[in-house]
Design a binder for this molecule. Structure first.
Ligand code: THG
Length: 367
């Protein structure tokens, strides 16, 4: 593998200075922006995430901001999840689909006020889809990418770290809710959420100039808690069943194929784009679906292309993410499996670059 050439099109982040000082070893590109993938090693980062607390530069989770009187109407067009009961102060995982029911993104939506929403996007250019719909429907809204950079604080000691900086009010934030805190005389939005199963928070920092001061404050305050720079961890997120858009699913997949049917209310999300297609999917049921799998044997190499899943000579699916799990002592995987072979306990083979391996459909890895 050769190096990536840097340029203005590949955006740095307002935390890059801190990330570099912490010894980042590798990046990926996400929403045209740098996203760290390794600090010490993927395995060391994994053990540390599960035992201490990490600061993650997830600035690449860009916000699509929607402001104006038609904001709620527009957001509800974007998703088959019924948002009518959602109140300001809440966040929600929200599949976004096209007119065929194909996944365009799987963001977290943040409701700041009836007329003010952030859509915290995964890796696809959702801004253009949202602008196109807003203009096509002549909605009275402004749609833009604001100067907002999320910083995730993840791990079992995340709460203690944030309490030490922002006070006991942090403990009162419920899962997928947010509250406003003060930092150096200005407001910060802090939500209990994040792309790990270890618990933690996401701080949505408005204003790039505030990012490094916040980073340095948290690094200083967390010294006794063994705080370290980290990043979304491949092993931990597969164990936790957290999907990665562009890896585990694309616009070829419906939310139901992705196991995201619980975030869809196609009966009541009236008027949402893709509703007719998804009504059909719900009626007939998906014929393939995301599954957790384990692959036997030695650690497998990184999954940078689909690995065929076979039952004898028949191809019955594909693996899209895989990693050796030190805690489960097997290769943990996410794949798409045909309904004929998707029951937990089904024995299959996976064609990996390291050869044919025995695999098992799992119920899940996480508790
Ligand atoms: N946080 C924020 N923005 C994001 C992500 C994030 N944007 C990109 C990407 N991650 C979007 N994808 C996901 C995938 C899973 C979750 C959040 C965003 C997630 N899922 C939990 C789960 O499946 O257990 C909880 C879902 C729920 O119960 O509501 O957290 O991480 N800001």
């Amino acid at each position: 593998m050769s190096m990536l050439s840097l340029s203005r099109r590949l955006r740095r982040t307002p935390f890059s200075e801190g990330v570099e000082a912490a010894g980042v070893k590798a990046y990926t590109v996400y929403n045209h922006m740098l996203l760290p993938t390794v600090f010490r090693s993927v395995e060391e980062d994994y053990h540390h995430l599960k035992s201490a607390v990490q600061l993650w530069d997830v600035s690449c989770e860009r916000q699509v901001e929607i402001r104006g009187p038609d904001a709620q109407r527009l957001v509800q067009l974007l998703t088959p999840r019924d948002l009518r009961g959602m109140l300001p102060g809440q966040c929600g995982y929200m599949p976004v689909v096209d007119e065929t029911g194909g996944m365009l993104n799987d963001p977290v939506v943040v409701k700041l006020a009836e007329d003010h929403w952030w859509i915290s996007i995964a890796d696809s250019d959702l801004l253009y889809w949202v602008k196109g719909i807003a203009n096509g429907y002549r909605h009275d809204v402004l749609v833009d990418e604001p100067d907002v950079s999320p910083l995730a604080v993840q791990g079992p000691r995340a709460e203690d770290l944030l309490v030490s900086v922002f006070g006991d009010g942090i403990r009162a934030i419920r899962f997928f809710r947010f509250a406003i805190f003060e930092f150096q005389g200005r407001n910060l939005l802090i939500a209990r959420s994040g792309y790990s199963k270890q618990g933690g928070f996401e701080i949505y920092v408005e204003g790039s100039e505030r990012c490094m001061p916040l980073w340095n404050t948290l690094m200083e305050a967390g010294r006794a808690m063994d705080v370290h720079a980290g990043c979304p961890n491949l092993i931990e997120r597969i164990e936790g069943g957290l999907l990665s858009y562009g890896n585990d699913m694309t616009d070829d997949n419906t939310p139901h194929e992705c196991g995201l049917g619980r975030f869809c209310n196609v009966e009541t999300a009236i008027g949402c784009i893709g509703r007719d297609a998804l009504l059909r999917v719900v009626k007939e049921g998906p014929v393939r679906q995301i599954r957790a799998l384990s692959i036997a044997g030695e650690p497998v190499p990184p999954c940078d292309r689909h690995w065929p899943i076979r039952a004898g000579k028949q191809t019955v699916g594909r693996v899209s993410s895989a990693a050796w799990s030190p805690d489960f002592k097997t290769n943990v995987c996410i794949g798409m499996v045909m309904m004929t072979h998707w029951d937990p306990g089904t024995r299959l083979t996976v064609h990996t670059p390291a050869g044919e391996r025995e695999a098992l459909v799992e119920e899940r890895f996480w508790a």
